[in-house]
Design a binder for this molecule. Structure first.
Ligand SMILES: [Ca+2]
Ligand SMILES: [Ca+2]
Ligand SMILES: [Ca+2]
Length: 337
């Protein structure tokens, strides 16, 4: 990685937003050398979800390539494709790298493990429905659980269209993945520990995960790592009804506020914007009983516990606390060191 001091022209090389030229030249910053992205669009229960998911994926692609100058060769777009809904594919099919199967996803991460090194950035987005193996068990017993700390994180997964001869799993479902618990479901799953298996040998300077699925907070205890920033749409016990990834995209695309007035928008500020917009969405879209909640979490200190930006544990100002690393990542391009 190139260490830059007093070289603001280095910003020009990346052609990042003009705002970045206000960076204090005395700050020490390090650019990522190569930057890669993996965008996964998984299972969908109907054509409307297919439209939403693929719209979000296209938007992520556009932001990465146009605003942050990612090379399109370095964006691995893995999308579940279904003939019946081809007309509802709201993205350019030419940018789809592979069908989103477990085999293909695993293969892409294996490839990336061989090319990524400690100077590089890997940005991973999962746009999908998700489930949690314990949530329904407890809700069936009548508990309305809202554990906001990852210490209770469960076995969370996101779903993929079923391929070939995958075995019949035991049944866990939620409203988007099929209501009938007594039948095998028509989807494959990637569990939290599997995503960790796929990515643990990728020794990047930074891996950023942005996970849309319901119960995605349950991924934190598995994906937490020293160079990882894990952002999730909800806690491990919550559905993700609000459009987390949509707000996150808006934040990346310029809607987030410069909350600390340093002239730059950090990944942490984008996370805060996203979490606040999700809160507003939930306030404006209450369920019948009005007690729906959704708290996007961040874990970037590697302790396997996520925090919401309203939690005491979210401390962008304190080294080794959640939020500190994300507050020092800018433009998906460089970090303050
Ligand atoms: Ca977990
Ligand atoms: Ca700022
Ligand atoms: Ca943490």
């Amino acid at each position: 990685m190139v260490l830059l001091q007093d070289q603001p022209q280095g910003l020009m090389a990346r052609n990042v937003s003009e705002k970045s030229f206000s960076v204090n030249p005395n700050l020490k910053i390090q650019y990522y050398d190569k930057r890669y992205a993996v965008i996964i669009v998984g299972y969908f229960k109907d054509s409307q979800h297919y439209k939403w998911f693929t719209t979000d994926a296209q938007r992520q692609y556009d932001i990465l390539t146009k605003k942050y100058n990612f090379s399109d060769n370095d964006i691995y777009m893995l999308v579940t494709q279904k003939k019946e809904w081809a007309d509802n594919l709201s993205m350019n099919p030419a940018i789809i790298y592979y069908n989103a199967t477990k085999t293909n996803i695993s293969m892409v991460f294996s490839h990336l493990a061989s090319v990524i090194d400690e100077d590089d950035l890997l940005y991973i987005v999962v746009i999908d429905h998700g489930g949690d193996t314990h949530h329904l068990f407890f809700t069936r017993l009548g508990f309305d659980i809202d554990f906001r700390q990852g210490i209770f994180a469960y076995d969370t997964y996101f779903a993929l269209e079923k391929t070939g001869n995958s075995s019949k799993d035991a049944l866990i479902s939620h409203q988007y993945l099929g209501k009938n618990n007594s039948q095998s479901e028509n989807y494959d799953r990637i569990f939290d520990h599997e995503l960790n298996e796929y990515t643990k040998n990728i020794h990047a300077r930074r891996i950023i995960f942005a996970l849309q699925p319901c119960f995605s907070g349950g991924f934190i205890n598995d994906l937490s790592g020293i160079n990882h920033v894990v952002l999730t749409a909800s806690t491990e016990a919550q559905q993700a009804n609000a459009p987390f990834i949509g707000y996150f995209s808006s934040g990346l695309n310029g809607s987030a506020n410069d909350r600390n007035h340093d002239g730059r928008i950090s990944l942490g500020e984008i996370y805060e914007y996203t979490a606040d917009m999700v809160y507003k969405w939930i306030q404006n879209n209450p369920e019948g009983n009005g007690n729906r909640s959704q708290y996007p979490l961040i874990d970037d200190n590697g302790d396997k516990i996520g925090h919401h930006n309203d939690d005491f544990g979210y401390r962008p100002d304190a080294q080794n606390k959640d939020g500190y690393v994300a507050a020092r990542i800018y433009d998906l391009s460089y970090e303050e060191i």
